[in-house]
Write a protein that binds this ligand. Structure first.
Ligand code: GLU
Length: 476
């Protein structure tokens, strides 16, 4: 069996979105599992749709997520160049070869002619199909019009009345009537190839064994098989991944800005959660396990467990998963990922020990990391006492509690959590104050609220100095 070679072939027309990430992830995981090669190829032949920086953005997003390609831009594996715009002569060569073999033809139809054709076909087909008129031009006429410099494209000449039958690794046998297939343009009037020709030529030259891509390309596959076979090549295996559906089961548009990987990362979704979530958009190994590390995906992944049916993209599941990772990944890592949010909030996190304790406590209350500062704020912002609480706080009983703590806490600087817990119980005994009368002054003085983290934990995180400061601000 030949060594597996798969490719992720994005068009640089925007940012990496979660749908494309799934394709890249399955490519990566499958290549790793099979000891194969994962190629990144940039399909930049549609010059009108190029978006500046999108290649860099794509490469950076993949690197951030830890999905490393083996061959591609800046990583030559002997099959480059990996930008289609740098391979133009190759496509033209094979387009001309197709013409010579009778599988393609020059088409001189103007935009007006095509518009008229489209109008005439309204109501007859779902999609407009070219009627093939230029395929019937004589050789001499074609030569004369070419010499005359007439604008033209090259179209593939799809045979009539036959079936294209192929096996898809996920969908099984697929059978598509050739009469439904358009004589697709393969070289545009600017001399650039369309996606169809370029992808087929590159898949052949890059020795791609398995084409993994979204289901939206399934209907193009007969065109690709036709091109491979017309050029005397063996087509690769086909793997069409299920569509992504919104929670209302409508098809999700890949251009929905909100699904850009980058925007999820900056909102505070962890790469581990994004990858795990995306992996399960269609793939469900046996059992009900939902949390998979990348390594586990590599060892457990197979296409037999990828569904045909559309995969529901449910952000609430991503939130849940993100929360799971926020709570279970090593504290130092979560603290690292949270740093920008604390700095943006203007909190002084120079005391690393305190910062770690704050993150450790606060991570229990969030599912999106950018919101961690909502909970953590209480440890960095001095509380505001409400007018309505002032009488209660200045009462003799409240003052007794606060001064008891100030006096005891001053005795030493470093208190362990156990010692603080002991101090809290002792206070109840020694002051003979309990319940609300005991805890309320502490909570109000610490947070300006009647509730908060349990007192030993709170004091442990805030530290002696800050705690005394907060208590003293209330004391008469
Ligand atoms: N360039 C195509 C895209 O942007 C790739 C399709 C394929 O993988 O064949 O999705």
């Amino acid at each position: 069996m030949s060594k597996i070679r798969v490719r992720f072939a994005p068009s640089p027309t925007g940012y990496l979105h979660l749908g494309s990430l799934r394709t890249a992830l399955y490519d990566y995981v499958y290549a790793r599992k099979m000891g194969g090669t994962f190629v990144l190829r940039i399909e930049d032949t549609d010059q009108t749709r190029l978006v500046e920086d999108s290649v860099d953005n794509l490469i950076t997003s993949l690197a951030t997520l830890g999905i490393d390609y083996d061959e591609g831009p800046h990583k030559d594996g002997g099959f480059g160049p990996y930008f289609q715009s740098q391979r133009l002569p190759l496509y033209m060569k094979h387009a001309l070869e197709l013409i010579e073999k009778g599988h393609a033809y020059h088409c001189f139809c103007s935009k007006e002619t095509l518009d008229q054709m489209r109008e005439e076909q309204v109501g007859t087909h779902n999609n407009m199909k070219y009627d093939g008129r230029c395929s019937r031009l004589s050789k001499d006429e074609v030569t004369a019009r070419l010499l005359n410099g007439e604008p033209h494209v090259i179209r593939m000449k799809v045979p009539k009345h036959q079936s294209f039958v192929f096996d898809d690794i996920i969908r099984g046998r697929v059978d598509i009537e050739s009469d439904l297939i358009d004589d697709q343009v393969i070289i545009k009037s600017d001399g650039f190839p369309t996606y169809h020709l370029a992808a087929v030529v590159d898949d052949h030259y890059m020795e791609i064994t398995d084409v993994i891509r979204g289901e939206e390309w399934l209907s193009s596959t007969p065109k690709h098989i036709f091109l491979h076979e017309s050029l005397g090549w063996t087509p690769p295996h086909w793997v069409h991944l299920p569509l992504l559906l919104g929670t209302d089961r409508s098809k999700m548009s890949k251009r929905q800005g909100d699904v850009a990987v980058e925007s999820y990362l900056s909102k505070g979704y962890l790469k581990e959660a994004i990858i795990n979530f995306v992996a399960l958009l269609g793939w469900h190994p046996a059992g009900d396990k939902e949390i998979f590390s990348l390594e586990e995906m590599i060892s457990e992944f197979d296409f037999a467990h990828v569904n045909k049916a559309g995969a529901i993209f449910d952000v609430t599941k991503l939130d849940w998963m993100n929360g799971q990772y926020i709570r279970s990944l090593p504290l130092e890592y979560i603290a690292d990922c949270s740093r920008t949010y604390f700095l943006e909030a203007g909190f002084d996190i120079s005391d690393h020990g305190k910062y770690l304790k704050v993150v450790d406590k606060s991570r229990n209350y969030v599912s999106i990391l950018s919101l961690i500062t909502d909970y953590a704020a209480k440890f960095y912002i001095f509380p505001k006492i409400k007018e309505t609480d002032k009488d209660f706080l200045t009462s003799a009983s409240s003052q007794k509690v606060l001064s008891y703590f100030c006096d005891r806490l001053r005795i030493k600087y470093n208190w362990t959590k156990d010692e603080l817990a002991e101090l809290v119980s002792k206070g109840i005994e020694e002051l003979e104050i309990k319940g609300k009368q005991y805890y309320q002054p502490l909570n109000l003085a610490l947070w300006g609220e009647t509730s908060g983290p349990d007192i030993p934990t709170a004091l442990d995180i805030l530290g002696t100095e800050e705690t005394i400061k907060r208590f003293q601000a209330i004391m008469k």
